[in-house]
Design a protein around this ligand. Structure first.
Ligand code: HEC
Length: 218
């Protein structure tokens, strides 16, 4: 743990990680035949899980020649989520090492390092780190909804329509297209928001759901 923590800290702020993306980073050497292929298998499963997630980057860092590092990663990867980087200061992991992966948040700061993580651990941690902060957006909501949004997840009669409850999808649709779950247009004073799926999910899961049913918005 200390080895990769020290190495990755020394490499950060990591210019290979564009701002706004969360990243998982591991160190490798093309010559290491134990821990490094295990780390590569982990990343391979992870990139399949993440598909083409535009907010996440996987990075394999090595002290070897850039072309050799690229070749090693190319022999494993199947999406353009996963990149190779060379760093003269990176230590060589040895065969005895369990895969060690460090996670970087979307501001380019080191969040944590994990030894022998599972794909589930990494996918969940990256998902959290990639979520943009929704608190600022929510403050703007409270200007018009000072008493909160009411029990969105409870079935209620809304706008002369049938009783409906909001779920994540209908909540995001209301913000994007101004329609409630029954498809009835909202009052035109309610703004339309351009939100990515992750932004909307983050708003719903972290701020709206815990606030339901009646806690006012902060
Ligand atoms: C400029 C004022 C304004 C702002 C800012 C605003 N809203 Fe609204 N919102 C409204 C109005 C007006 C309505 C419509 C009420 C109606 O039709 O009964 C509404 C309705 C809604 C509804 C539908 C509620 C229901 O019971 O069907 C949701 C959900 C909602 N707003 C969420 C948000 C969120 C989340 C934000 C911040 C991202 C936000 N609003 C920001 C004015 C605003």
């Amino acid at each position: 743990m200390d080895l990769i923590l020290a190495a990755v800290s020394a490499l950060l702020p990591f210019s290979a990680v564009p701002p706004g993306k969360a990243a998982a980073i591991h160190l490798f050497s093309p010559d290491c035949t134990g821990g490094c292929p295990r780390a590569a298998s982990l990343f391979r499963a992870l990139e399949r899980r993440l598909a083409h997630d535009p907010d996440i980057l996987l990075l394999s860092v090595s002290a070897t020649h850039p072309a050799r590092a690229r070749h090693w990663v190319d022999s494993w990867r199947s999406t353009n989520l996963w990149h190779a980087a060379s760093a003269s200061t990176a230590p060589h992991p040895t065969d005895a090492h369990d895969p060690q992966v460090c996670l970087v948040n979307r501001d380019g700061r080191l969040a944590s390092c994990l030894t022998a993580p599972t794909v589930d651990d990494l996918a969940a941690a990256l998902d959290r780190l990639a979520a943009p902060p929704a608190a600022g957006l929510l403050r703007s909501c409270s200007q018009c909804h000072p008493a909160g949004l009411g029990p969105l997840t409870e079935r209620r009669f809304r706008r002369q329509g049938p009783a409906t409850a909001y779920r994540q999808e209908s909540f995001c649709a209301a913000l994007r297209h101004g329609k409630d779950p029954a498809g009835t247009p909202l009052d035109p004073r309610m703004p339309r928001y351009e939100l990515s799926d992750r932004e909307c999910r983050s708003l719903w899961e972290n701020l709206i759901l815990p606030a339901a049913p009646s806690t006012p918005l902060r």
